[in-house]
Ligand binder design. Structure first.
Ligand code: SAM
Length: 268
């Protein structure tokens, strides 16, 4: 392990941690494809297990033993070590989760490849809230769906808040950005998917009814908190499905809706 005690906060390799906005990290031109930040030993372990490559690690000395086994394959990756005051000065916040890693963003898979062996996928249409994106990934992983597709305007699953809320499952569940609806629908058709739009629509069928005889391969489409699904997403669906609501409540939070639907439509 290449341990580098922090002596100068302006040192080159530390700038990934000093310019900690996700937008800045995503856009850095070197390395190609940008970076993302993983927080905590557990999430870093999940990222490395998923084949992601760390560019550096930042931590207090007492966390070194936890991180050491993760870096067997990366003996040259610098591990910056400082006390809690130094780390707080650098990152701008108290690092109570132990370690941070700057990792290279992985190349996203092609949508058709992602669908090839899948039978349950979730499509996130323009969900801009990173907390909801992370919570949906957690449901997808925990309830056994195979992959997530996100529309071009959907929030980035690798932003820190999404990674954190997902408990690192955004690093484990296969996902990619899909093209706009007409092209995406054609690729879903070619892969034999039935598209089920989850929407609040009086003409929708109930989730129980849909789940009683589910198609072999299902893509569940979910919309944003404010607007719900677009008319293009509704037009692209084979079936519109609704979770019946009681007590005058008009809808569920989108992440809760994803969990209910994924449970009802789980493979037997
Ligand atoms: C908060 S809802 C959006 C509410 C929005 N005002 C609307 O009319 O669609 C966010 C997303 O969660 C899903 N959703 C929430 N509650 C649902 C329900 N009862 N039945 C089906 N889908 C639901 C839908 O995909 C919806 O687009």
């Amino acid at each position: 392990m290449r341990i580098v005690p922090i002596s100068d906060l302006d040192a080159d390799g530390l700038s990934d941690y000093a310019r900690l906005t996700d937008v800045a990290l995503r856009r850095v031109s070197e390395p190609e494809g940008g970076l993302y930040i993983a927080e905590s030993h557990k999430v870093i372990a999940r990222a490395i297990a998923a084949g992601h490559e760390p560019r550096s690690i930042l931590l207090q000395e007492r966390w070194l033993a936890d991180v050491e086994p993760l870096l067997d394959r990366f003996p040259d990756v610098p591990v910056y070590v400082g006390n809690s005051d130094v780390l707080e000065k650098l990152t701008g916040y108290h690092m109570h989760r132990g370690a941070l890693a700057a990792l290279h963003r992985p190349a996203l898979p092609d949508m058709a490849t992602l669908l090839a062996d899948a039978s349950r996928v979730v499509i996130l249409e323009d969900i801009v809230d990173h907390t909801n994106v992370g919570a949906i990934f957690r449901s997808v992983a925990g309830l056994g769906a195979d992959a997530v597709l996100i529309t071009p305007r959907c929030a980035d699953p690798l932003y820190r808040r999404s990674v954190r809320v997902s408990m690192g499952t955004v690093l484990q569940v296969p996902w990619t950005r899909m093209p706009e609806w007409p092209d995406a629908r054609r690729i879903l058709d070619e892969a034999g998917f039935h598209v089920a739009a989850l929407a609040l629509d009086d003409r929708a069928i109930g989730l129980d009814e849909f789940a009683a005889n589910p198609p072999e391969r299902i893509a569940i489409t979910l919309g944003a908190e404010g607007d719900g699904l677009s008319s293009q997403a509704l037009d692209a669906a084979d079936t519109t499905v609704m979770i019946p609501m009681l007590h005058g409540v008009d809808s569920l939070n989108v992440a809760s809706a994803s969990a209910v639907a994924l449970w009802a439509l789980r493979r037997s």
